[in-house]
Design a protein around this ligand. Structure first.
Ligand code: FES
Length: 216
């Protein structure tokens, strides 16, 4: 092979190597690019998926009430709203029963029979509770006037609420008052009783808010 032929052969060998190198670099770039896209895409893919929190936002809430003492209230979150669960004492139930038997009931309460208020049919009674579970009342803690959360005020005749106060819920925004069954007192700006959400008993110590469950 003369010198010219030798140069030609070397040149074509280098060209072949260059092509291989270029192909290799292109492949590596594509892989790196793909990984980069994968890293970049991850947060977006995550944000497309509904979070567990969002998924559970409208789901029923199971509540253990085994430690809820007589006269006490716990608050749970259901659909972003507070739900009050009160274990009324015998005195509280007796007081409500007394009020329910009072001839003046219609004067004291705006909707004593809960005709214009929201509740499951089996909670549409003077205690707004389920038969066999008269002590327990479950209420949405959202004032029916403009939506403030009423405060649980179980004490009788406290100085700030006056001597006629028999215990109940007080909304400080515009002074709406509700009895221990969530019924709105006359003279309040709220027009209807606190809603009773759908709920049910899974067993004696467990209730589920958001759906009518099995009876204990
Ligand atoms: S929001 Fe409760 S009284 Fe107005």
């Amino acid at each position: 092979m003369d010198q010219t032929e030798l140069k030609g052969a070397l040149h074509s060998e280098e060209s072949a190597l260059d092509i291989k190198r270029r192909r290799l670099l292109t492949g590596v770039s594509a892989v790196v690019g793909g990984v980069g896209v994968a890293f970049l895409a991850t947060p977006f893919i995550k944000s497309w998926s509904p979070s567990a929190r969002a998924e559970s936002a409208g789901a029923p809430v199971t509540v253990d009430i085994s430690k809820l003492k007589l006269g006490e209230m716990i608050t749970v979150d259901w659909r972003g709203r507070p739900v009050y669960i009160v274990n009324r004492s015998d005195d509280m139930v007796a007081q409500l029963t007394l009020v329910n038997n009072d001839d003046e009931l219609d004067d004291d309460l705006k909707d004593p029979e809960s005709d214009n208020s929201l509740q499951p049919e089996r909670a549409k009674n003077g205690l707004r509770s389920f038969e066999g579970h008269e002590q327990l009342v479950v209420l949405e803690g959202v004032c029916t006037h403009l939506g403030c959360p009423p405060a649980f005020r179980p004490e009788v005749a406290p100085a700030d609420l006056g001597e006629d106060w028999k215990g109940g819920f007080y909304c400080p925004c515009h002074n709406s008052k509700f009895d221990l069954a969530g019924r709105v007192l006359s003279g309040s700006p709220a027009a209807t009783n606190l809603p009773v959400p759908p709920y049910g008993f899974i067993d004696e110590h467990t209730i589920v808010v958001g759906i009518e469950g099995e009876e204990a």
